[in-house]
Design a protein around this ligand. Structure first.
Ligand SMILES: [Zn+2]
Length: 141
């Protein structure tokens, strides 16, 4: 009788453990489920001329091509689609101003300080098309 109870207890314990492990594995699997492929992810861009917001997949934006960091607006055929950002002054959604690219991977090290300064100066000079105020919080002098 005693032995039978013990076996039953062990079996119940095993079932609980297997169940718990299964649950953990399932959760891990769900969390590691492949995300939407990057090229299919919807990206919202804003037209720098009209302020129109448009959502397309990254693939569709790339297919349209890019000039000077602006994607092509499929309706107007102009390269005016920019990353939307929030204006520091009025919190409205506005197009990201054009700034010099400072990429440590592609920029020669000797050009980095000059380009960084240029970028900071352009950021400080950027004015919002909606409120006319500074787009970014002032960085440095
Ligand atoms: Zn503004």
């Amino acid at each position: 009788m005693e032995g039978g109870k013990k076996v039953l207890a062990v079996v119940v314990l095993l079932v609980v453990i297997v169940g718990a492990v299964g649950l953990i594995l399932k959760n891990t699997k769900d969390r590691n489920a492949p995300p939407t492929p990057i090229m299919k992810q919807p990206i919202e861009l804003i037209d720098a001329e009209t302020g129109e917001l448009m959502t397309r997949s990254l693939q569709e934006w790339k297919d349209g091509g890019m000039q000077e960091n602006r994607y092509k607006n499929p309706n107007t055929g102009k390269y005016t689609m920019a990353e939307p950002i929030k204006c520091y002054s009025c919190s409205e959604v506005i197009p990201m101003p054009l700034l010099p690219n400072v990429d440590p991977n592609t920029t020669p090290p000797e050009d980095m300080p000059r380009l960084s300064d240029e970028r900071t100066a352009k950021k400080n000079a950027a004015r919002c098309p909606k409120c006319g105020g500074p787009v970014f919080r002032s960085l440095g002098p």
